[in-house]
Design a protein around this ligand. Structure first.
Ligand code: C2E
Ligand code: CA
Ligand code: CA
Length: 704
């Protein structure tokens, strides 16, 4: 499988912070709109107020002129025919016309509406001496009475009209007044006193009052309007005074919040961008960066890093046959196992699909091999996903950085090595020159091994195990040899490691088991009951099918299960203790015995040892061989013997080469010994001879 698309996944926190950012943006926008609206309102209020004030002033000016005009008419009337007074009256009348014309044309006056509450029916209160019937503000002229005549051009009361309309109406009234005042002076000149009085009382006086009243009314309204606007502006400015710092503060808090959210969001995204969503491991980008850093550090310390690139074999089949769910779960599990294999300072990453990588900081080729082996072992144990058991193998390419190499080249080298390992089923292989040779020889070896298995070139030698109390041969260990057509008899050290990294190991183990059991059968037929121990690698043991293979071979050879002993190492146990326990139990059910081989070299935990269905503990020959020279090894062997006995196990010492060692082991209470002192691994017929003539070399030595 190539990596499944996980792009659509947005973690909850990211979604929340997106929502928060959107909400904050909306709030900020609303604040900005409110601020704009408020400042627009303010400026409109100022404009209106300015215009209204100017109009109000103009009305007051006009009213002043109207009053002056009325006074001049009075003077002209009182002084008889004074031309000077009449001229002044005419001049003021003309000024009032101009003022009203200006008012009519004043910009903006079509917008301001005023309400005329009354029509031209001014109250005629009080009398002034000499001017009967005139109101307070104008001395009344004799015979003047309030007129019943309707108002001139004023609209109906209570209806709003614009200043322009008011000015136009007043202008009409003023012009009419000027016409009437001309008539008035003519009548005055002709001394027609009753006509003068009648004109004054019936027409001029009401008209003057009408004009004055209207001017008074509208200027008062403008004054009111100005006052209201001033109050509103004061209110608005107070609100602004309080609101501005408030809005500023809220904005600042929101901004800080937004910054915080954005920052955490960015951090989230950055982490996501550097992490593989499925396994949680660093991704390719992050791995590159770590590689770069390791190379920079190497330039200072001089210790180059090593990279391993691994690709799962058979992963595509899992994905295709079981579906993506199983594929994904398998990748997650592989990621977990890989993490357990490396040190804390090393980096395990998923590069994509089924490709993983490991960066070993300041570790050379040798450690690379070690880790590759550990990874192989870790992946050997089958994966149990839901109810399905999955087997997976990895092809691993290893590359150690050269001086001044860049990260891209290093990954490419590891990649190349990985493809080579995959193509030739090598398990793992190194990139650089030296190891290329190694690769070639491993390659040749694997091919040759396949042919060797077919050609039955793999033969078994048997090394006796001697019971220390009786001196009798208590069993044999089957050890593989390769009868090479040209190179002679090859030691297992030359081919076992290569085998263990590939699936050919399964075939090999089955082959060894079949041969060992066939030989046991032959011995049984000759009356020799000799238990045989067979070495089983981690990969073979941690295979669910292994107990079935053993059962089939036991049945096929007609050998009782108790004559077979399966030797496993501590490392196998630690690779997957649960699985090991379950497999060993099934082997036990077949009657087979179990031995822990090379005890002391691994790091098995007491807890597991106690739980394991085991019969025998084989102390590694590295401790046994050195016992006579190194006292600390004596302590180790002693504690292994005690431990084995405490757990109820038979304790076997491997690599016994001389009498002093043998005596020491006896003294420590060891049960069984195996080693060159008694016998080297021998062809089957030589073991038969030893069994048939017990007083020959092996047992004779024991008795001395
Ligand atoms: P091992 O299981 O520890 O086998 C014992 C090894 O110690 C044998 O080496 C044996 O020849 C050697 N040995 C026995 N007595 C002495 C002694 O007194 N001194 C010294 N120095 N060595 C002694 P061998 O046959 O070369 O096998 C090496 C390893 O190869 C074995 O170690 C075992 O891990 C592996 N091996 C051998 N045959 C098989 C096999 O059929 N399957 C698997 N999976 N591994 C095998
Ligand atoms: Ca062994
Ligand atoms: Ca051993």
């Amino acid at each position: 499988m190539r990596a499944r698309a996980w792009f659509g996944r947005i973690p909850g926190s990211a979604r929340a912070s997106r929502r928060a950012s959107a909400a904050l943006a909306v709030i900020l926008l609303a604040l900005a709109l409110a601020a704009t609206a408020s400042s627009w309102y303010q400026s409109r209020m100022i404009n209106l107020s300015t215009a209204s004030m100017a109009t109000g002033d103009a009305y007051r000016e006009a009213r002043y002129l109207a009053t002056a005009q009325k006074t001049e008419l009075l003077y002209a009337y009182v002084s008889g025919r004074s031309q000077e007074e009449r001229d002044r009256h005419a001049e003021i009348g003309r000024q009032l016309v101009v003022a009203l014309q200006d008012l009519r044309e004043m910009p903006g006056n079509e917008e301001i509406a005023v309400t005329q509450e009354t029509t031209g029916k001014p109250a005629m209160q009080g009398d002034m001496p000499g001017m009967p019937g005139m109101g307070e503000e104008m001395p009344a002229m004799p015979g003047m009475q309030a007129s019943d005549e309707p108002a001139m051009t004023a609209p109906s009361p209570g209806v709003p009209v614009t200043d322009r309309a008011v000015a136009a109406g007043l202008l009409g009234q003023q012009q009419r007044y000027l016409g009437l005042s001309d008539e008035f002076f003519d009548l005055l000149d002709s001394h027609d006193t009753p006509a003068v009085a009648s004109l004054l009382q019936r027409e001029i006086n009401p008209l003057i009052e009408q004009i004055d009243h209207e001017l008074h009314q509208v200027s008062a309204q403008h004054y009111e309007m100005n006052m209201t606007q001033a109050r509103e502006m004061t209110k608005a400015s107070t609100m602004l005074q309080v609101g501005t710092p408030l809005v500023f503060g809220v904005g600042l808090v929101l901004f800080a919040l937004l910054t915080m959210i954005t920052r955490s969001h960015r951090r989230n995204i950055q982490t996501q961008a550097r992490q593989d969503a499925l396994t949680g491991l660093p991704n390719r980008i992050s791995f590159h960066e770590s590689g770069q850093q390791a190379l920079r550090d190497a330039a200072k310390t001089g210790v180059q890093p090593t990279m391993l690139v691994l690709d799962l074999d058979g992963f595509k089949d899992v994905n295709d046959s079981l579906g993506h769910y199983y594929g994904d779960q398998l990748l997650i599990e592989v990621g977990k196992r890989l993490r357990t294999v490396v040190r804390a300072q090393d980096v395990t990453a998923r590069l994509g699909g089924d490709e993983f990588a490991v960066l070993l900081v300041a570790q050379g080729a040798e450690e690379g091999t070690q880790i590759a082996r550990r990874i192989t072992t870790a992946l050997h144990a089958p994966f149990l996903i839901e109810d399905v058991t999955l087997d997976i193998e990895a092809s691993i390419g290893i590359a150690t950085a050269e001086r001044d190499q860049n990260v891209v080249a290093l990954i490419r080298h590891a990649d190349t090595a990985m493809y080579l390992a995959k193509e030739h089923k090598l398990g793992y292989t190194h990139y650089d020159g030296d190891h290329d040779k190694n690769t070639a020889s491993r390659l040749g070896l694997l091919g040759a091994l396949r042919r060797a298995l077919d050609a039955e070139e793999i033969v078994l030698h048997y090394q006796p195990k001697i019971a220390l109390d009786t001196g009798e041969m208590s069993g044999v260990e089957a050890l593989a040899r390769w009868q090479h057509p040209t190179r002679g008899l090859l030691s297992p050290a030359e081919f076992i490691p290569v085998l263990e990294s590939t699936t050919l190991g399964h075939r090999f183990t089955a082959h060894v088991l079949a041969q060992a059991l066939a030989q046991t059968r032959r011995w049984l037929d000759e009356g020799i009951r000799l238990p045989v121990a067979v070495n089983v690698s981690t990969r073979c043991l941690l295979d669910e099918r292994f107990p079935d293979t053993v059962a089939r071979l036991l049945a096929g050879s007609n050998v009782p299960g108790e004559l077979l002993c399966v030797e496993i190492t501590e490392n196998t146990v630690m690779a997957d203790p649960t699985m090991t326990i379950s497999i060993l139990r099934r082997l036990r059910e077949l009657g087979a015995k179990i031995a822990i081989d090379d005890f002391g070299t691994g790091y098995s935990s007491m807890t597991y040892l106690k739980m394991l269905p085991v019969d025998e503990l084989k102390i590694d020959r590295s401790f046994v061989g050195d016992m006579t020279a190194d006292a600390s090894n004596v302590v180790l062997v002693q504690s292994a013997v005690d431990l084995g006995h405490n757990l109820g196990l038979a304790v076997v010492a491997e690599g016994v080469e001389d009498i002093p060692t043998l005596e020491m082991l006896r003294g420590l209470g060891c049960d069984i010994a195996q080693g060159y002192y008694f016998a080297r691994p021998l062809p089957a017929d030589q073991v038969t001879a030893l069994m048939k003539h017990p007083r020959t070399k092996g047992s004779l030595k024991l008795r001395t």
